[in-house]
Design a protein around this ligand. Structure first.
Ligand code: COA
Length: 186
C-alpha cells in the first residue's frame, strides 16, 4: 500500500498545513480543487469546462493508487479543506517502466508562494528515496511556467527534452513543452 504518514508544515505566512494521502471518499472535494485550479492557472492541460473525471471514477482512481505498490496521491489541507495536491502515477503493469513515476501537482492560488508546493514535492521525493520503489521521476511543464520550472530545478530535476509548440492557447499563442526528470536510482 502506498500511503504516507501525515506531515504538518507551517507556511511562510504562518498557516498550518497538513499533507496527507488522499482517501476515496474525498473524490468530490479533489475534483472541486482541480476545477478551481484549472480556472486559476493557464499552465494545466485541462481548459475550464473540460471534463476531468466523474466522482465515481476519481474515487476508484484514489483507491487504486492507495492499493498500489508505489503510486502516491497526496493532498495539502488547510482547515481540513484541500488547497493542493501532488500525484505520482506509476506503471506497475509494465516491467520495463516500473521504476518510473509521472508527477503532477497544483496549489490553490490563494496559497501560492508560501512553500506548500516545495513541501509537498519534498515529501514525495523523500518518500521514494527511502522506499527505493521508484528510480526516475518524470514530468512535463509548459516552457512559460517559470515558477514550476524553478521549483523542479530546486529539487534536482533536469530538463531532458523540448517539444516545440506542443500547446496552443485560446489566444492562438503556441507554447513549448519541457520534459523534466529526476533520477534517484543507482
Ligand atoms: C507551481 C506551483 C505548484 C508552485 O507551488 P507554490 O506552493 O506556489 O510554490 P512554493 O511557494 O512552494 O515555491 C517553491 C519554489 O517555486 C519557485 N517559485 C515560487 N514562486 C515563484 C515565483 N513567483 N517566481 C519564480 N519562482 C517561484 C521557487 O523556486 C520556490 O522556491 P524558493 O521559495 O526557495 O525560491 C503552484 O504555483 C501552482 O499550482 N501553479 C499552478 C499549477 C501548475 O503550474 N502546476 C504545475 C504544472 S507542471
Amino acid at each position: 500500500m502506498a500511503i504516507v504518514e501525515p506531515k504538518k508544515i507551517t507556511t511562510s505566512k504562518g498557516l498550518d498545513i497538513e499533507i496527507v494521502s488522499a482517501q476515496p471518499e474525498e473524490a468530490a472535494k479533489v475534483l472541486s480543487h482541480l476545477n478551481s485550479i484549472v480556472a486559476e492557472s493557464e499552465f494545466l492541460l485541462i481548459t475550464p469546462g473540460e471534463t476531468i473525471m466523474t466522482i465515481d471514477e476519481e474515487k476508484k482512481y484514489i483507491q487504486k493508487v492507495n492499493d498500489s505498490k508505489n503510486a502516491l496521491f497526496l493532498l495539502a489541507k488547510y482547515n481540513h479543506e484541500i488547497i493542493g495536491l501532488i500525484t505520482a502515477r506509476t506503471f506497475e503493469h509494465r516491467k520495463k517502466l516500473d521504476h518510473n513515476c509521472d508527477l503532477g501537482m497544483s496549489v490553490s492560488q490563494e496559497f501560492w508562494g508560501q512553500g506548500v508546493g516545495d513541501a509537498a514535492l519534498g515529501l514525495l521525493v523523500d518518500y521514494y528515496r527511502k522506499s527505493k520503489g521508484i528510480e526516475k521521476f518524470n514530468l512535463e511543464v509548459f516552457s512559460s511556467n517559470i515558477k514550476a520550472r524553478s521549483l523542479y530545478k530546486k529539487h534536482g530535476f533536469v530538463e531532458e527534452s523540448l517539444e516545440i509548440k506542443k500547446y496552443k492557447l485560446s489566444s492562438g499563442e503556441y507554447v513549448d513543452n519541457i520534459k523534466m526528470a529526476l533520477w534517484v536510482g543507482k
